[in-house]
Ligand binder design. Structure first.
Ligand code: ADP
Length: 366
């Protein structure tokens, strides 16, 4: 499920020189990565995953749309329309698929596109579906062409066409499927082929969460983990969680360890901020890569515009990870803007990193 980040294969032109601030041997703060770790895909994680709409905090628009879709499907005694959920990792796409299944009283089979290696895998999955079941395919933009083509008639007419034999003697046989709902999840809606995208009746985007929503998520998780936490303690963790519930829950667990070792009775704002400082989680949730990227843009390129390749070279991340993981959050908090000529750092990012914004520098010179 993780986006594997790899170094640039070839050095792009215009590679920025090493930045001048003290950023040698930066500690990688994996605590802030939105992808699930192996541990987080385990059983223990299921206990904190909301099981019902009522526990799924935030995403008001999404919940309203799905609530109507569920009620309409139930009233007509039909299966739910195929649904495409898109947005950055860790925002609750898998969780929503499971809640949908629970609300419809069916089960949900979970897979991801990279796990579907051959046409046989996807055919096997489709024919094993029971009436009304939900098939959740994560990273659906990574499906092979062949798997996609098998999905088209499955989504439209609930059938798979398989070819038996080779050459002139080859025959196509259709197998009828049970009516099912496909829930596709992707971090890159733009990378989906249009025939596939067009076959989804509902296409919904998940948004980053507001700090008060993340606070509620943290308070709920703390209750499940039987950890005492004050409202201001939850708020302190929330603002550092990059708008992402998966990160909020992960930070809560690290702060809980810290509180336990330091014999703190409960997690309050002071304990949370001390712990997160120790783990080098920035008060705005920025990690080394964000800071490095913004600082290089400021120091070497006067704040931009800068191309994505340069940002990748400055951080050692690949362009896809920058576009899918780093940029969306930086844009959301207003630290980065995308312009037709490249990315530009905003005045608030200058201030956050301790630089003077360009307009203030100008007024000093006047
Ligand atoms: P995605 O599939 O988008 O990567 P997940 O559905 O796996 O994200 O969500 C990651 C974790 O965040 C879940 O295990 C769940 O505990 C928590 N979570 C996600 N969305 C919500 C929400 N709306 N309310 C409460 N917890 C949430």
């Amino acid at each position: 499920m993780a986006i594997i980040s790899s170094k640039q294969e070839s050095e792009p032109e215009n590679q920025p020189p090493a930045p001048s601030r003290d950023r040698s041997n930066p500690p990688r703060v994996d605590l802030l990565q939105p992808q699930a770790t192996d541990y987080e895909q385990g059983k223990q994680e299921d206990s904190i995953r909301p099981q019902r709409f009522a526990d799924y905090i935030g995403q008001k628009d999404l919940k309203e749309v799905l609530d109507i879709a569920i009620k309409a499907a139930q009233a007509r005694n039909e299966t739910l329309d195929h649904l495409l959920l898109y947005g950055p990792p860790g925002l609750g796409k898998t969780t929503m698929a499971l809640i949908l299944a629970a609300s419809m009283g069916v089960s949900c089979k979970i897979t991801s596109a990279p796990a579907i290696e051959s046409p046989r895998d996807i055919v096997g999955l489709l024919v094993s579906l029971k009436p009304g079941e939900i098939l959740f395919i994560d990273e659906i933009h990574r499906l092979s062409r062949m798997a996609e083509e098998i999905l088209y008639p499955a989504m439209e007419d609930y059938r798979v066409d398989i070819t038996i034999g080779k050459g002139k003697g080859a025959k196509t046989r259709s197998i009828a499927l049970q009516k099912f709902t496909l829930v596709g999840a992707t971090t890159r809606a733009g990378s989906l082929s249009s025939p596939l995208r067009d076959r989804f009746g509902l296409v919904q985007r998940l948004r980053f969460y507001q700090p008060d929503e993340l606070s509620q998520i943290i308070l709920r998780t703390a209750q499940i983990l039987q950890t005492e936490i004050s409202d201001d303690g939850a708020a302190e963790i929330a603002v550092r969680s990059r708008g992402t519930p998966r990160i909020a829950n992960r930070l809560l667990k690290r702060v809980r360890d810290y509180a336990q070792v330091k014999a703190a009775a409960a997690i309050n704002a002071t304990v949370a901020s001390q712990a997160l400082e120790l783990f080098q989680v920035d008060p705005c949730g920025l990690d080394w890569t964000d800071r490095q990227m913004l600082s290089v843009m400021i120091e070497q390129f006067n704040g931009g515009p800068v191309g994505i390749e340069t940002m990748a070279a400055a951080t050692g991340e690949d362009t896809q990870t920058i576009e899918e993981v780093y940029e969306p959050y930086l844009m959301q908090i207003g630290y980065l803007q995308r312009t037709p000529r490249g990315r530009v750092v905003t005045a608030s990012a200058y201030k956050h990193l301790g630089f003077k914004p360009p307009n203030e520098q100008l007024s000093l010179l006047q």
